[in-house]
Design a protein around this ligand. Structure first.
Ligand code: DGL
Length: 256
């Protein structure tokens, strides 16, 4: 069983990391399109074409299923990808429904790119599930670039976040939705800023569960899995970032 993943960069590794522990597969292929991150800063039509061509590439590699591990690519290209490939496609969905179920204050923050927040997919979810809660939407594009460059690992990053998020924190928000796959990389820093009483929802478990449902039943999750990492970005940096995040040695191959 081989499963393909892609993202504008390393963000989708937050979904891959969970899938590696919960979905049976012998090989995961991951394309980090880091030379073009953030997708949120690229023209919509370009992101759609680029996402389509990465999805087709992964299908040609013989993957049994494809995970669009990027909310922005999902918003702009999921429909086109589903029409173009003949394998199960699992896409991201902002965790509005679980957030509404969990909030006690009725105040939920959503962190995503502006493209995701403007998408009809996201607006439909809000209409369907969030009519009774107050949503505080924030699109910190710069976090994507910072995470790609490793800036989030520098000391003092959490204090910068604290200042940046203070206006939303003062609103009595008790549930934060991470609707960009890069943001689980700074989950620890976010948790230290918002405090232990606040929920932070990472959609990776829901995506893994959906992926497992779409695959043929396999006896158990493999003990040893192979990750085949490819990137259009800096090979050394992406290898280091991915290796540190997944807790394994990785050497990225070039992807153009
Ligand atoms: N990981 C992407 C997402 O989930 C990052 C956004 C971007 O590249 O703009 O939306």
């Amino acid at each position: 069983m081989r499963i393909g993943f892609f993202d504008s960069g390393i963000g989708g590794l937050s979904v891959l990391r969970h899938a590696m522990q919960h979905v049976a597969a012998t090989e995961f292929l991951y394309v980090a399109d880091s030379a073009h991150a953030p997708y949120g800063d690229q023209p919509a039509e370009w992101v759609k074409d680029r996402s389509l061509s990465i999805a087709r590439y992964l299908e040609r590699q013989g993957v049994d299923a494809l995970v669009i591990a990027c909310n922005t690519a999902t918003a702009l290209a999921a429909g086109a990808i589903r029409e173009a490939v003949n394998i199960p496609v699992i896409a991201m969905e902002p965790a509005i429904k679980p957030a509404v179920a969990q909030t006690r204050t009725g105040r939920v923050a959503v962190l995503a790119t502006a493209t995701t927040l403007a998408s009809s997919r996201y607006r439909d979810l809000c209409r369907r599930y969030a009519a009774e809660v107050e949503l505080f939407e924030y699109a910190p594009h710069h976090w994507v670039a910072q995470i790609e460059q490793g800036v989030h690992l520098e000391p003092g990053y959490a204090s910068a976040l604290e200042e940046e998020l203070s206006a939303i924190r003062q609103q009595g928000v008790d549930t934060w939705v991470l609707a960009c796959t890069h943001f689980p990389f700074i989950r620890a820093q976010l948790a230290s800023v918002v405090g232990p009483a606040v929920n932070i929802i990472d959609p990776a478990p829901a995506v893994s569960a959906q992926l497992a449902r779409r695959l043929p039943a396999i006896a158990r999750v493999q003990d040893a899995v192979r990750v085949n990492l490819m990137t259009s970005g800096d090979l050394v940096r992406v290898s280091e970032q991915a290796g540190r995040f997944l807790g394994m040695g990785l050497k990225a191959e070039p992807f153009s």
